[in-house]
Design a protein around this ligand. Structure first.
Ligand code: BES
Ligand code: MN
Ligand code: MN
Length: 456
């Protein structure tokens, strides 16, 4: 039976690409209030895909923010039920001038499809929908019960998804939650991910005076908030990459020797990694390897700074205000609540008395880790082997999908993360793309997976 499906998937490769282009063409930037119509259009596009392929009880679920889309096919009596989660919203496109082709005009180049959302997460949602579609087209039915929940606010913190889940506990019940919104370790190495970092995101606003000042008339008499902010920022981390917020490491679960060995056995090459990033040298917390730093250690980064005159030429001014967006990535067993407490306390301590500082918490998300001895992993490995003709690796990731922990707690089913992105596909950056071979092999392996899960 799977033979017929694989043939069908091969035959439809071109259509799958055209449909992904259609999806990417919709500018569903959740952070941009001017895009709310595109968000609705995108949700409707997803629902229509589900309707056309024969999913049932499809609906657009309104929230306080952007809507989610639900659909199911639950006629495989006695078979397991899986819930596939993903997000149709995308990141903003700035700096737009650095794109080689316009972000919402999907362009095929060197075996990749370029466009905002191509890999994060539109390509990875659509590959599941196409795998489901292939089963329905070939057999008129699915080997298991499948539910889709596709949300529109992942990139802005999924705030309205928790109430949505709580309101729909019964509907979202499943034996397994499947998420494709992460990366493979490398091309040709399909990956199962068992850990994500959490996040705490803050905006810091520093105020010095009532208004901007002439830097000749007043320079020397008052503090400059931009300088003050820089001082605050330098006190957040030492030269060895260690975060200086007191107590921050208290809850950090240390890496076991076993896990360190598993990381070290992966074919990671620092020099290659450095070159891919174009960095003069790598930098991170002393005493840890790159994979350990990114997957299993907390990090702190300034995501943006604004202050003073940034136009052309010179303007002699002491800005009245300076602000920075600063985020931390968290690891088990840190919590965003505790980190926020420690962050606020420390910022108060290190802020010079000559400025006022205001801290706004923008969002938080729990870190996630799951046991790696789940027997379902073997079924996934088998499916990935069939699709990619390669053995898969087991990895953690540095990114965050805050809802994963809520899923586990509210729906009480195990979560499996199977990412089909590549580390160099520029998620969140200009020239985002998805490798089309991975997209196609992703469809194939997920078609195998649904089949494999039926036999469990
Ligand atoms: N798909 C990413 C998360 C991700 C990236 C997982 C790389 C594994 C590897 C997701 O869309 C994302 O960008 N999440 C945000 C969460 C934030 C907005 C709360 C993130 O990680 O910055
Ligand atoms: Mn994503
Ligand atoms: Mn993202």
């Amino acid at each position: 039976m799977i033979r017929k499906i694989t043939e069908l998937i091969e035959k439809n490769e071109n259509r799958y690409l055209e449909e992904l282009k259609e999806f990417v063409r919709i500018p569903s930037i959740s952070a941009d209030p001017k895009k709310s119509e595109s968000m609705i259009k995108c949700a409707m596009w997803v629902k229509k895909q589900m309707d056309v392929m024969g999913m049932e009880n499809t609906e657009i679920i309104e929230t306080e923010g952007h809507p989610s889309v639900y659909g199911e096919w639950c006629r495989a009596e006695g078979k397991p039920t899986i819930l596939i989660y993903g997000h149709y919203d995308v990141q903003p496109v700035d700096p737009v001038e650095l794109w080689d082709s316009p972000p919402f005009e999907p362009t095929v180049k060197n075996g990749g499809l370029y466009g905002r959302g191509a890999v994060d997460d539109k390509g990875q949602i659509l590959l599941h929908m196409k795998a489901v579609e292939a089963h329905l087209q070939a057999e008129g039915k699915l080997p298991i019960n499948i539910k889709f929940l596709i949300e529109g606010e992942e990139e802005v913190g999924s705030e309205n998804l928790v109430p949505l889940i709580k309101d729909n506990l019964e509907k979202l019940q499943s034996d397994l939650i499947l998420i494709s919104d992460s990366s493979m370790f490398a091309k040709g190495m399909p990956s199962i991910c068992y850990g994500l970092r959490g996040i705490s995101y803050f905006e810091l606003r520093v105020r010095g005076t009532n208004g901007d000042l002439h830097s000749g008339s007043f320079g020397g008499a008052v503090i400059n908030p931009a300088n003050a902010l820089a001082r605050i920022i330098t006190k957040l981390k030492d030269e060895k990459g260690r975060i200086l917020i007191p107590g921050l490491y208290d809850d950090v679960l240390p890496l076991s020797d076993e896990e360190r060995r598993v990381f070290a056995d992966l074919p990671h090459d620092d020099e290659k990694y450095r070159k891919m990033l174009g960095a003069p040298e790598l930098f991170g917390e002393e005493g840890y390897s790159t994979l350990e730093r990114v997957w299993a250690r907390p990090s702190l980064d300034v995501n943006g700074i604004i202050s003073g005159y940034t136009g052309e030429g010179a303007k002699t001014v002491i800005p009245a205000k300076a602000s920075a967006k600063i985020s931390l990535r968290l690891v088990p067993n840190q919590t965003p609540e505790r980190v926020e407490e420690l962050f606020r306390k420390y910022i108060k301590e290190i802020t010079p008395p000559s400025v006022e500082v205001e801290i706004e918490s923008l969002h938080g998300g729990m870190p996630y880790i799951s046991p790696i001895d789940n027997p379902i992993f073997d079924v996934v490995r088998e499916a990935l082997k069939n699709g990619f003709k390669a053995d898969s690796v087991t990895i953690r990731e540095g990114g965050s999908i805050p809802i994963v922990t809520d899923f586990k707690e509210l729906l009480k089913s195990p979560v499996i993360l199977i990412g089909f992105g590549l580390p160099d596909e520029n998620a969140h950056a200009p020239n985002e793309w998805i490798d089309l071979e991975n997209y196609q092999k992703g469809i194939l392996s997920m078609a195998y997976l649904y089949e494999g899960l039926a036999e469990r």
